[in-house]
Design a binder for this molecule. Structure first.
Ligand code: R1P
Ligand code: URA
Length: 291
């Protein structure tokens, strides 16, 4: 293409110098909420010891209200909204952006929230395998009317490295497990408290227990598409989500807002420890080259 317009990001190859804006990005963190991703960028700014308070980081996608994007040092932080269609559109344009910007050796991590399965609320789950609602490690995408099945493998070494980094943030439990990805928050996750419910409490518990036996430790709504797209495009990817509740104990998220806010920071703290870890070639020794 002579020109590539990244419509939902309000960026393009003619209108923006993408290599200059993004060429040195090494970590991309994505999550559902625009405010969370802004807070994460500000937090990383402080953690990396970059100049200024970071309070004034600008939304790079301010021309559109579909997604929000912030950068600090080698870290790009982007919101993706809720569910597979929303994250999938964002990832198409983000991956093209990384390609046009000639980025190399990028690690991409989804930092999210989830419903836990047989784990304490506030626990952080690092996904080893993203599975669908039938507990299968696959992402089904309809392409030209046909169902195309894609693998949902994530980087095992990255997951282990993240688990090792969790020792630096010992004030909450972190574990590795399967993450189940659904197309809905209510009936799709076996909740009884939606506007519609077509099953009994017993059937719900029987399903969630089967999921637990299959190795599922948390449930969210983007991981299979995220794993499939990043895997096919050669990006090293991880999913790290905090559990807001234990779904074996209920459906409603009852924790007070301050507690939920602190829970949301847990994956961010773990990822900060990961990004800050010493590397053979330490990018933190050259912070002045980052804006
Ligand atoms: O916390 P985030 O990233 O938005 O993700 C989780 O929260 C949303 C539902 O509340 C879904 O998108 C689910 O995947
Ligand atoms: O139960 C939950 C909590 C957060 N996000 C989900 O998708 N499910």
């Amino acid at each position: 293409m002579e020109e590539d317009i990244l419509y939902h990001l309000d960026l393009g190859t003619r209108t923006h110098n993408l290599p200059a804006m993004f060429g040195d990005i090494k970590f991309v963190c994505v999550g559902g909420s625009p405010n969370r991703m802004k807070a994460f960028a500000q937090f990383m700014h402080k953690e990396l010891g970059l100049e200024g308070s970071g309070e004034d980081l600008a939304d790079i996608c301010a021309g559109t209200d579909r997604y929000a994007m912030y950068r600090t040092g080698p870290v790009l932080s982007i919101s993706h909204g809720m569910g597979i269609p929303s994250i999938s559109i964002m990832l198409h344009e983000l991956i093209k952006l990384l390609h046009h910007a000639k980025c190399r050796d990028v690690t991409i991590i989804r930092i999210g929230t989830s419903g836990g399965l047989g784990i304490e609320a506030g626990s952080v789950v690092i996904t080893d395998t993203a599975v669908d609602a039938s507990f299968q490690p696959r992402f089904e995408q309809v392409v030209l009317g046909d169902v195309v099945v894609r693998s949902t493998d994530l980087d095992r070494d990255l997951a282990e490295e993240l688990l090792a980094c969790s020792k630096e943030v010992p004030d909450f439990p972190t574990l590795i497990g399967h993450t189940m990805c659904t197309y809905d928050f209510y009936e799709g996750q076996g909740r009884l408290d939606g506007a519609l419910c077509s099953f009994s409490s017993e059937k719900k518990l029987e399903y969630l227990k089967r999921a637990h036996e299959a190795g599922v430790r948390n449930i969210e709504m983007e991981s299979t598409a995220f794993a499939a797209m990043c895997g096919l495009c050669g990006l090293k990817a991880a999913v790290v989500c905090v559990a807001l509740l234990d779904r074996l104990e209920g459906d409603q998220i009852r924790a007070p807002r301050e507690v939920l806010r602190e829970y949301q920071q847990r994956p961010q703290r773990l990822i900060a420890a990961f990004i800050r870890r010493p590397l053979p070639c330490d990018y933190m020794s050259v912070p002045l080259s980052f804006t």
